[in-house]
Design a protein around this ligand. Structure first.
Ligand code: HEC
Ligand code: HEC
Length: 444
């Protein structure tokens, strides 16, 4: 709103005085909090991913978007990535434990902003978005599909085939039923089980295949993952009330600052200060990208048995699709080197990745098993540590009960609620009619 022009000097002085009292009424953030807050500005684009050479190719993003919504990837023909990463639910599913072909043991994190994460999954067992995507495709609780089934889809759907070929060259002729069984995939890696487990029927079929065919199918699965990742790299939203507040802080625009709710501002000050949230939820996505055990009891209240990061590290090292593996486009690069640098300390047992808090108000329920229904329950937990289970190897505590007042908890919730972005445009949230970009768009 514009104020009417003030005709004389006295009027101007009065207006100045008025403005001064208006800003006085409302306490502004102190300099330390302000300087911490502006560091929370989001980068314009996710970090580059040289392990995926099509990461920023619009044609790959289109094919990936098509596959993301394609239920034919699942064994039942009913489940797609979007079943559990539903654009209408901020790319999560609103359930404590995800349900696809079966029921998963963990809560589905949002796919929004996932391209910014260094490690994917609650246990960080994937180090790129593209390698992540192969997991749910074959997971029997999620999509129950297989890489050979995927290859058959790519080979037999003419438009998918064309989109794939334009990016990666012709796919293997997986329609050849003599060489390619309908459903074949290796069993998921588990610790110490080389040769110890009876392979599943799908794994037997996989092992019976020619080594060269297996290699071709693995390449195709990695490539499909790379296309899906190219799409997911676009799922970075912005424009939350908090972003607008940061803009106001940077411009030192008191009037724009005043549009940010006062409760949220108090919550922000707590978050960055006294409540200590920042020590783990720091940075533009409110996560250190690292793993901690904050003692949340399991959903079924049994003693903790999910090894979290401890096993995640081993699974990552043994994943042929990791950044150092044969299917990576940057096998010796920075991402690959991160794997070599990983230790597997016993303290990593039952630790989980600090989740991003961007859009958190849109992705209930919370924690790795969706243990808490609402943000106020999360704050109640941090405040009281009610029901907490002994943390860590020796039962030491990583966090202490914060004893926040009801008002402080409400302020923190009000702050978290300002991290919600407006929904993404429909062209990114719906299944495209074709996996192929129209020629004029592909040229961009
Ligand atoms: C049955 C529900 C389900 C389906 C279907 C599903 N996911 Fe997920 N997704 C999950 C769950 C649960 C997790 C967390 C699993 C874990 O941490 O062990 C997850 C994790 C992720 C993550 C990691 C996010 C992060 O912050 O670490 C991404 C990205 C993702 N899924 C993308 C996909 C893609 C792409 C597909 C399709 C190929 C897919 N998902 C299919 C449930 C599902
Ligand atoms: C010691 C590190 C640490 C501190 C300090 C911390 N958090 Fe967390 N936070 C985590 C981890 C790790 C998880 C996931 C835990 C799990 O799933 O078991 C989490 C989960 C959450 C979630 C659920 C998000 C989701 O998508 O499921 C919210 C909300 C949250 N924290 C807010 C806060 C607030 C507010 C504070 C300060 C009062 C805080 N956290 C302090 C590490 C921390």
């Amino acid at each position: 709103m514009r104020r009417a022009a003030i005709p004389c000097a006295v009027g101007a002085l009065a207006a100045l005085l008025l403005a001064a009292t208006a800003t006085q009424e409302r306490e502004r953030l102190g300099p330390l909090t302000r300087s911490r807050a502006v560091k929370l500005t989001r980068p314009d684009a996710p970090p580059p991913d040289p392990t995926n050479r099509v990461a920023d190719d619009p044609r790959a993003a289109r094919l990936g978007q098509f596959l993301f919504f394609d239920t034919r990837l699942s064994s039942t023909g009913k489940v797609s990535c979007a079943t559990c990463h539903d654009p209408a639910l901020a790319f999560a599913d609103g359930k404590s434990l995800s349900e696809g072909v079966g029921r998963a043991g963990r809560n589905a994190p949002t796919a929004l902003d996932a391209a910014h994460a260094r490690w994917l999954f609650w246990d960080g067992r994937a180090d790129s978005l593209w390698s992540q995507a192969v997991g749910p495709l074959e997971n029997d609780d999620e999509m129950g599909g297989s890489r050979v089934g995927l290859a058959r889809l790519v080979a037999t759907d003419a438009r998918v085939n064309a989109a794939y070929t334009a990016l990666f060259g012709p796919p293997p002729d997986a329609a050849d039923a003599r060489r390619f069984p309908p459903h074949a995939k290796p069993d998921p890696w588990a610790p110490g089980d080389e040769g110890a487990r009876e392979p599943s029927a799908a794994a037997k079929a996989w092992l019976a295949m020619d080594a060269q065919d297996r290699r071709a199918i693995d390449t195709l699965a990695a490539n499909a993952g790379k296309a899906i990742a190219a799409y997911e790299r676009r799922l970075t939203s912005r424009g939350s009330p908090f972003d607008r507040y940061l803009d106001a802080l940077k411009k030192d625009d008191a009037a724009a600052e005043a549009e940010y709710p006062e409760t949220a501002q108090r919550g922000l000050a707590l978050f960055l200060g006294q409540a200590g949230c920042r020590s783990c939820h720091g940075g533009p996505f409110f996560t250190d990208g690292e793993f901690h055990n904050i003692g949340v009891p399991a959903l079924d209240k049994t003693p903790p048995k999910d090894p979290g990061r401890f096993l995640g590290i081993e699974r990552l090292r043994n994943d042929p699709f990791n950044a150092h593996g044969a299917f990576s486009d940057d096998r010796e690069g920075e991402r690959a080197q991160r794997i070599g640098a990983l230790a597997q300390p016993p303290e990593s047992w039952a630790t989980f990745r600090t989740p991003s808090l961007r859009n958190v108000a849109r992705t209930a329920p919370y924690m790795h098993q969706g243990q808490f229904a609402a943000l106020k329950d999360v704050l109640h937990y941090y405040s009281t540590l009610e029901g907490t289970v002994p943390v860590g190897h020796h039962g030491e505590t990583v966090i202490r009960a914060l004893n926040l007042t009801e008002e402080q908890q409400a302020d923190l919730v009000a702050f978290l609620e300002t991290l919600s972005d407006p929904p993404l445009p429909a062209e990114l949230t719906t299944a495209p009619r074709s996996p192929l970009l129209e020629p004029e768009r592909a040229k961009r």
